[in-house]
Design a protein around this ligand. Structure first.
Ligand SMILES: [Zn+2]
Length: 242
């Protein structure tokens, strides 16, 4: 895992950053750290050790969405951090409990048999507009219908889950980067993803921290290019044809 700090509050922990990057983030608050996503399993102890180096406890674990690469470490982190408050959207909580499935078209369906995805459950359900410390919860459907982003109101850092990937060049979810196609291929509703991307751009983030790829500083120009590309490839964009 590669650990890097960005701005005053954000620490990125990147697994396999060059070939198959999967990120989790620690956000510093006065009373502790918020862990955003849990990555895949097997890195819980490293995450906790990184928090110890920052010298603050992890007091909250929040999820951007319920894909396996974002929730895989949940159960080991629950054991390592029994007092941390686990937060996610209601739909993410239902997926983790095995009450619903999100199919490849983004439909929310009842499974034939209910199998828990994690034994850990939500302590608190999140809704758009809620605050988690300094982070505002923003609805970010498209990649998956349960996805939310987190916007740090202190410095305008946007932690976007898979609404964008930054690996292989900033891309809106659903636009495939063939050198790292997985977030694009796993996007269930491309028009919704484009809509979300536009709304996130309008927040004028100072940096973008994605689930996959390096943190991107001062992303305005790159965002405009990515949105333009997505409008062409996904559709729904207003294009000046003059
Ligand atoms: Zn992902």
């Amino acid at each position: 895992m590669r650990v890097t700090n960005h701005g005053d509050f954000l620490t990125q922990l990147a697994r396999w950053p060059r070939f198959f990057p999967v990120n989790v983030y620690l956000v510093r608050e006065e009373d502790g750290l918020t862990l955003i996503d849990t990555g895949m399993s097997g890195r819980g102890e490293f995450i906790v050790a990184t928090a110890k180096q920052i010298d603050l406890p992890i007091t909250r674990i929040v999820l951007t969405h319920s894909d396996p690469d974002h929730i895989g470490g949940m159960d080991e982190l629950r054991k390592l951090l029994p007092d941390a408050e686990i937060m996610m959207t209601e739909l993410s909580a239902k997926v983790l409990k095995g009450d619903v499935l999100i199919d490849k078209q983004g439909n929310i369906i009842e499974p034939k048999t209910r199998n828990r995805v994690t034994s850990a459950t939500a302590d608190k359900l999140l809704q758009p507009g809620d605050m988690v410390g300094s982070l505002r919860v923003i609805a970010a459907p498209g990649h998956k219908p349960d996805q939310v982003a987190f916007f740090d109101t202190r410095d305008n850092t946007l932690i976007c889950g898979d609404a964008f990937q930054t690996k292989s060049g900033l891309a809106v979810a659903g636009v495939i980067r063939w050198t790292f196609p997985f977030p694009g291929l796993a996007t269930v509703d491309k028009p919704a993803a484009l809509d979300t991307a536009r709304q996130l751009r309008d927040l004028e983030p100072s940096r973008i921290a994605s689930g996959h790829g390096d943190v991107l500083e001062a992303p305005t120009d790159a965002l405009d290019r990515a949105l333009d590309e997505a409008a062409r490839k996904i559709g729904g964009g207003v294009r000046n044809v003059a």
